[in-house]
Write a protein that binds this ligand. Structure first.
Ligand code: TYD
Length: 137
């Protein structure tokens, strides 16, 4: 995904089943996911002022959800940067492959839940920004 751009990413409103007792949001392969989910992980207990991410993926696609609290995702395609606020459990940011991302502005108690298209593979990461820029050129 050398050519992917930050504008290929969008915030999707996942369906919400509401009742007086609260809400349920469902992400289901083949129903409302643009890719099959192979792995779910979540990031929590992030210290105040800390930033996470700081890498790109060659192949991995992700949905990122603020399961609790809020944080920002900064997307970068080597030319454009976009800052996206996530602050509701029914909103998912779809991140296509080939984009640099950073997460910051974590609120206290926030939980970043990630639905990923592949199992963990360190070879799929680009962790150096100059290497990323060279890849996108
Ligand atoms: P990383 O993806 O760099 O985290 P973040 O983007 O939140 O800063 O992962 C941090 C560490 O955790 C790194 O050593 C790899 C490890 N890790 C796994 O072993 N399995 C996983 O599924 C993930 C996401 C990370």
């Amino acid at each position: 995904m050398k050519k992917s751009s930050v504008f290929d990413c969008s915030v999707i409103d996942i369906s919400k089943i509401s009742s007086q007792g609260g809400n349920i949001t469902v992400a289901e392969n083949g129903v409302n996911m643009p890719f099959d989910v192979k792995r779910v992980y979540y990031l929590y207990d992030v210290p105040s002022g800390e930033a996470r991410g700081g890498h790109a993926h060659y192949e991995l696609e992700q949905y990122i959800v603020a399961a609790a609290g809020s944080f920002d995702v900064v997307l970068d395609d080597g030319i454009n940067r976009r800052r996206v606020l996530l602050n509701r459990p029914n909103l998912a940011l779809h991140i296509v492959p080939g984009l640099w991302r950073e997460l910051d502005n974590f609120s206290s108690g926030s939980i970043s839940m990630v639905l990923a298209s592949h199992v963990y593979d360190e070879k799929d990461y680009i962790r150096d920004y100059q290497t990323f820029l060279a890849y996108k050129r």
